[in-house]
Design a protein around this ligand. Structure first.
Ligand code: ADP
Length: 271
């Protein structure tokens, strides 16, 4: 029972009962929701508080690295810098997740030129790949656009593209594909990387879930990338599909429903 004068939250479900009947079940989830909101606030506050000391550590170590140092000291300092950068990425990812959790709809929606975004993501992936020389291909089938928050969409797609680079051995191939059809707009990233055993696939979008902790720590990932992708796609009623075979490679695809698509007349005439 909830205290008088306080609003309560009910979870109401209609479940099959007997042959042709339905049962209406109501559950008081007020306490559960309050706890969940406290957890969200706590994570957001801690992440925010960590930002300032981290900036100081990064700033001071950057200045010190310029100084005339013994090799051992320099090595120690570089380690501090590396780990501070990693912690910085973790804090930023946690803050992004908190922001995504506190509102269910994107604030800044406009037609997004996805093909242009993918060209720039491919260039960034090339830089990340560096001397690992991946073969990066872009396959834009349709010029259709989507109504979305550009920053959010970029964040979701870049997480998938950078994962493909990080989990594909040197010389492997990575293909980014964008197309539209009667079912909506679709983006996929296919790689010829290490792949993922089937039993891990359903849990990949959980926070900090990793297939192989050792390997993921080497890539400098935060373990939050796919959780962020899942939260962003949910805001657009989009779906993430994952197909993978260990030792062969993986395909991560995002499927946006039809109302998200926006066919630019000028672009389709030109294209
Ligand atoms: P991380 O920062 O560890 O990469 P993510 O949430 O982005 O975290 O991914 C979760 C886990 O899924 C990774 O640790 C990795 O084990 C696996 N994974 C993600 N993308 C790929 C991929 N393209 N190929 C193989 N494994 C992948």
């Amino acid at each position: 029972p909830s205290p008088v004068n306080e609003s309560i939250v009910l979870d109401i479900r209609l479940v099959p009962y007997g042959r042709n009947q339905r049962l209406l079940l109501g559950r008081d989830v007020t306490r559960l929701q309050r706890l969940e909101s406290m957890r969200r606030d706590f994570v957001a506050n801690v992440s925010h508080e960590l930002r300032t000391p981290l900036t100081v550590i990064q700033g001071v170590s950057e200045t010190l690295v310029e100084a005339d140092l013994e090799a051992a000291d320099r090595h120690g300092l570089e380690l501090i810098q590396q780990q501070a950068q990693r912690m910085g990425r973790l804090v930023e990812d946690l803050l992004q997740l908190s922001r995504l959790e506190t509102s269910s709809r994107p604030a800044d929606v406009a037609p997004v030129d996805v093909p242009a975004m993918l060209h720039s993501l491919r260039r960034e992936a090339e830089t990340l790949s560096g001397d690992r020389e991946h073969f990066l291909q872009l396959d834009v089938r349709t010029q259709c656009q989507v109504l979305a928050d550009e920053g959010e969409l970029r964040s979701a797609f870049s997480n998938l593209v950078f994962n493909a680079v990080n989990y594909t051995p040197p010389g492997g191939a990575i293909t980014l594909k964008w197309w539209c059809d009667k079912d909506g707009a679709h983006f996929s990233v296919t790689d010829t990387g290490i792949g993922i055993p089937a039993k891990h696939i359903p849990r990949l979008t959980e926070r900090f879930y990793r297939v192989d902790r050792g390997r993921s720590t080497k890539t400098g990932g935060t373990g939050l990338g796919l959780a962020i992708v899942k939260h962003i796609l949910q805001r657009y009623d989009a779906r993430l599909a994952i197909e993978s075979k260990p030792g062969v490679g993986s395909t991560f695809s995002c499927h946006f429903p039809i109302p998200m698509c926006y066919q630019d007349a000028a672009a389709s005439r030109a294209g």
